[in-house]
Each structure stands twice: as C-alpha cells, then as structure tokens.
Design a protein around this ligand. Sequence first.
Ligand code: SF4
Length: 449
Amino acid sequence: MDRMEKLNILGDAAKFDASCASSGSGRAGKPGQLGNAFSSGICHTWAADGRCVCLLKVLLSNACIYDCQYCQNRRSNDIPRATFQAEELAELTIQFYRRNYIEGLFLSSGVVRNADHTMEQMIRVMRILRETHKFGGYIHVKTIPGADLKLVEAAGLLADRVSVNIELPSSGSLSLLAPEKKPDMIFTPMRGIETMRRSALEDGKKHSSAPMFAPAGQSTQMIVGATGDTDRTILRLSGGLYQKFRLKRVYFSAYIPIGTHPALPPRETATVPLLREHRLYQSDWLMRFYSFTADEITEDGERLDMEVDPKCAWALRHPEFFPVEVNRADRETLLRVPGVGMKSADKIIEARRFGPIRAEHLRKLGIVMKRARFFLTAGGKYEGEARHDHPFLRELLTDRYDNGQLSLFGDGNKTPRLIGSGESAAPPASIPQQPALPETPSFLKLMNA
Ligand code: SF4
C-alpha cells in the first residue's frame, strides 16, 4: 500500500476524533463556487493567541485490537486497514508543511499490538519531527488508553496538547460498549498529565530552560447520544474534569450511527443529535466562563431544553432574578443576563464610569438586545414593550424566532405566529434519546476515588 492510499484510509478514519473545533464539516465544491470542506484530512484549531492553525489530522493506524462498539475502527468492523511507519508519517507531515498545506499535526491511533507499542510509535513520529526535522509547529497527540505513564510523559514533552479520550460519559456505558477499557485507563493518565504539567510549570518559574510539558494543556472527547447517559450526567462529568484535571476543553461529538450493538441507536437512525451537541457546548461555555454549575443548568431535569439556549432556560426558571438594572448590577449578575457576554459586561462596567447608561446605549455596548431586552433595564426602563414577565417570553426566546419578528401584542392563550411567514410555533421534532442505563458507580465517584 503506498503512502497516499494509507493517507486516504487513515485521514478518513481520523474524522471521528472531535478534538479540533472545526473538524466536523463536510461540503462538496460546486461548479461556479470557490472551495470545499472535507470532514477528514486537514482540520483547524485555534492557538492561544487566537490564530487559526491548519492541522494534518490523521491516525497512525486503524488496525485496532479493541472492539469498542461505537467506533468505526473496532476490530470486528470489516473495513480496509492501514498503518503508517513512524518515518513515513513524519516525512509526510514535513512535506505538507513545506508546501504550506498545514501548520501542525493532530495525531491519534487505534491500538496496534498493545497500548505501549502504539504509544512508542506515536512518540517516534513526534521525535523525528522535533529532533530530526527541527519541526517547531503545533502537535496535538491523543494518548492510548492503558499506555505506561512514562510514555505519556514522553509524549507530553514533545506535543503542545495531549488528550485522553473519555469517549463515554459513565462507567455503565463503558462496560457495556467498550468492556476492554477500564475507567482507570482513562483517569490515571489524565491525573498524571495534570501532575506533570503543574510540575513543569513550577520548574519553568525557577529555570527558564526547564522543558515545557503539553503547554497547550489537555483535552478530552465525549460521544453524545450513543447511550442513555443524560445531559446532567455529561455536564456534571465535564465540570468535574475541568475542576479535577484542569482540562482545557471537553469536546462533545454527536454519535454517528455506525455500530450494530443492540444498545446503540440503529444504523438507519437518520437524526444525528447535533442540536443536543450544540446545547452541550453552550452549557460547557456557561460553566467555563460564566460561573454556572452543571446542577444550575440542569436543575429542572436530566435533559437540556432543546428549544431555548441554556442561559435563556435558566432565566426563564428564575423570574425572581430579573430585571437586572444595567447601572447597578455587578459583573457576575450581568453575566447571568441572556444576551450579555463577557465583553459586553466589561464594556457596561467601563461605560458606567462616565455616567448613567440609557436604553439607547445598550446596543452600542455589544449587548444582544433580541434577548437582553426582556431582562435588562436602564434607569428602570425596559427597551420598548419587552418585559421579563411577557406572556410569550419563552416563544420569543426560542431559536426558531431568531430570523423572524414576533408580535409583542396578542392573545396570551393563542400560539404566537411569525409575522409575515404564517408559520405557527410548532416545537421542533424531539431528539431521539437512548433508554437510561441502570445505576453504576459514576465516573465522578471513580475520578475522585
Ligand atoms: S480503542 Fe480507540 S480506535 Fe480502538 S476501537 Fe476503541 S475507540 Fe476505536
């Protein structure tokens, strides 16, 4: 098999790894249009300074000895297999880099022979790049579950970002769909990476020449919708991972029906729960930057509200918190207002130093008034007819109204209609959910054990 054949197989196999923020898009080029997007091959990530970086996203091998039922590369799946030699993959990366196709490498792999052997080969690729070719570009490496911690350490000294995929959100799902993997194969390296990273940071403060360890931090990926794990379980686990192991990111990946196990959604399931994935990302953002907890976001049930975003859903459940007066509220309170982001909260606080804020100033401060007008007052006044106790408030906040204008006046007993469209406010089709799994020790408990 030549390199291009291997690249086709292993680039395509890597598309299921979601640890790059823009890797899920696939769009064919059309005559008369410029460009296209492939869900495999080259993906984008963002450097700490906000720059977008193109990465060659590839597996070292898809000849996996494990049989994780949700995975395309499981040993029982009849697909073409390929494995790169470390030298081949390093050479390919350098060739692509020299041609300006990529600025870095995202390297993952199935488990070939055993975890340590695979990890050694991945380290070899990075070592050739860093030491032989003096490659200074970005490298994101996935560690192999069960690999020796010494190898994880060697990987962290060569890569910018290291990740350990948690894949499933509970020990029940893991033992059902990936019984060869045990929770400690995931949490031991996560804990080890955090310890090594902290110690490298301490060393770096004392000696400027101390080696860096995974300077871009660690991340993980969780598959959503393969099993009956609820949004509350997923968000509590994410919150625990951020706190316990200081993860940079938890990536959510909507399950693509590729497995045949009876516990998985049937292969013919057409709906990939992308909306659910989107709501989880919104909730994750609230936890990381807006001081919300997983329990606050899911306080009214196990599942997230699919009709309104999680911040609006929280605001609807807490009318006692509103309205917030823009001239008096502290930053933390402002951040609870739908439509007020971190930048606009800071601008509000800055603007207040020069005088009272009036309703006409709000849009100029970057506030999304489409949502904020129901929850924010300036000098005691709402904008226009908006009020936080508006009878159609929920309908007005649904994503379905984003591009339409809804009359603020009307009969509170009738379903609101989009002006001009004649469309009624029918709820979106419900998102298929797998049946809930029986109680098992949660990952949170095992993580803290
Ligand atoms: S170990 Fe990784 S590559 Fe192998 S079957 Fe499981 S998820 Fe897939």
